[in-house]
Ligand binder design. Sequence first.
Ligand code: FCB
Length: 453
Amino acid sequence: MLDLSPFPADFLWGAATSAYQIEGSPLADGAGPSIWHEFAHTPGRTRDGDTGDIACDHYHRYREDVALMGALNLNAYRFSISWSRVLPEGCGRVNTLGLDFYQRLVDMLLEQGIQPMVTLYHWDLPALLDHRGGWLNPDSAGWFADYARILFRALDDRVKLWVTLNEPWVVVDGGYLQGVLAPGQRNVFAAPYASHHLLRAHAAAVQAYRAEGHHQIGLVVNLEPKYPATETLADFAATMRADAYWNRQYLDPVFLGAYPPELAEIFGAAWPSFPAADLDKIRQPLDFLGINYYSRQVVQHDPGDWPLKASRVRQPRQTHTGLDWEVYPQGLTDILEWVTRRYGPLPLYITENGAAFYDPPHVEGTAADPLRQHYLRDHLRAALEARRKGVDLRGYFAWSLLDNFEWAYGYSQRFGLVHVNYATQQRTIKTSGQFYADVIRSHGATLESGTED
Ligand code: FCB
């Protein structure tokens, strides 16, 4: 029979989470602390002093959560491994109890017909490695490859999709330049080294995978298309700087073997020269690229901004999320096409996409979130549009399965398809989650027949 479904039968329909944001019990069963544990427990670092100590208690409730994935019709789930559960000191001694948790989770997912996509690093560096310099220590690439190898050996018989790093841009911009995320440093002279060592770590893990892995490995970056606010040369140049910093800083070295030239201008005296041999090694062939997309940026020249001299022009007529991120579905199509043109063609996944909105209180067991539902619908349509324009898009992961710990914003921002009552840990599927389940059941057909409100 001719299949006229908008998305192919093997398209991955998933949701994404990360370890520190949902698991809770960060020190259970012999786990070591991570930089997020220390950061959140430092007064003044997170909103209302929120921590991941309990979060969604997924460490104990993962069975219930996998069942929820089944209720949402998901055929894929992207989660991350807590490095310091597996290696409490970051290297050396393996904590089998920590590793066992992920073994059980993977087994349960496979029993439900849900394909795991495993992220090795979603921001929670073991604290003891940070005390030795963290990503500023050149040895970090080796630490990461050793950790990755342990996971490959434990799970590669069942996990077919591996991600080295989640969003190196955020790791460095938030953690080493602006200081708003763990480990909270603000050092423009250090930031380029953190980026470089993250890229070396990524490459070292890919090489380790090629030596003993059997499936696919890739990288996840957050991309945000940049559009000039006016046609002036100054705004155009500012847009190019913003694009180099956000979008090309990691992808150019990985796919083209060179940093974008704008970085030397942006960092000035703080921009080092890196060995050519490192860049050769960083350029490892990847099986896929994961893209996290949330918003776009309209950019203007702004001498007062540091270090880019470029800032966002808010678009007052557009809808904005709880984090004041502009809702701009067209940007998803644009960025997927841009990646394919500049670096591809290559297999792509949307590894995160979603929105924080204030969710009105429940009425009799239902959780209505029309704004999130519209966001989801319009971005799925934008993804479909990209496929129709020839982008090799293989899957979509909504951020997030559950409301969770949104880093420095604590629990104040809810992104879930499933509402979490943090007092009782009760989960309730939101109407956006029900909508997504219907989209998945129809292979996307309901997207084309949906209402146009
Ligand atoms: C991304 C992160 C993810 C979550 C979303 C909202 O940058 O990867 O953990 O915080 O933003």
